[in-house]
Write a protein that binds this ligand. Sequence first.
Ligand code: FAD
Length: 286
Amino acid sequence: MKPPPFGYRAPATVTEALDALAAEPSGKVLAGGQSLIPLLNMRLAAPAELVDINRVAELDTLHVRDEGVRAGALARLARVERSAEAAAVQPLLGQALRHVAHPVIRNRGTVVGSLAHADPAAELPAVLAVLGGTVEAASARGRRTIRAAEFFRGPMEPALEPGELAVSAFFPASPPRTGTAFTETARRHGDYALAGVAAVVTLDEDLRVSAARAGYLGIAATPLVLDLTGAAGPHGDWRAAAAHVRERIDPETDIHAGAGYRRHLTGVLTERAFKSAAAEALRRAG
Ligand code: FAD
């Protein structure tokens, strides 16, 4: 299908992009286009104008510091996936990115675009949520930082106001003796997952579990974060944690899977991911 008619602007700077968005508040930002273009072609979106940020060089950044990884709005998924520096500071990013779509889509799609799309079945929103990351938004009115817990309001509903551009996303580094793992189940590799989990385990100096957090995708309208520290206990009873998760969640039935299957699957994935994250935490502690 063909998209409906739209105006097109291709600014060269952030200031120009913000001016364009302020002039046409019902305009949409075009980043990698891997979600927006299909939506236009299926006529599920009909913005008056596209503000294409692909020429805004100042957004094409990936800053890796001890405190975390900051991806500018033009950092492609593949660039972050392949960054050894980013993996050293926050390995969960690369672990999750391998599951996002296919390499050709990751070559073009952006980290920030994936967050701004706010699909509850997407991997990166769950990663940002479980890590307690943030999104930096800018508009002609100024800048603000939005915490992940407030950023995902509903399916495809990011907390971005008309005229706002998400300029970067920040994924905090994990504390010492922390291990991470990501696992999901999709009908075919590269498809959106039926359910998935990002697991983060931190050990104390005596190698007991001091924190266990899970970020889920595919089982709620927004990424779901559960603190499993109490359920797993100090020695990491991941089977008990998985049983706790099955009781806590309320997944829906859709054309891809029933609620009962999703609940069972989420438990299996939880146990699997936490075993792997705990082993990684132990390795890092030693
Ligand atoms: P775009 O498509 O350009 O934009 C997406 C939305 O975000 C639009 O509403 C746009 O206006 C907005 N937006 C983008 N950037 C900004 C910004 N800086 N500020 C404000 N708003 C912004 N995704 C997954 O997570 N997991 C999958 O398994 C997966 N499988 C896929 C399979 C296929 C076959 C395809 C075509 C896509 C798949 N996707 C999947 C979706 C895709 O990978 C991401 O949603 C996409 O890459 C988002 O980034 P983008 O830069 O392409 O965003």
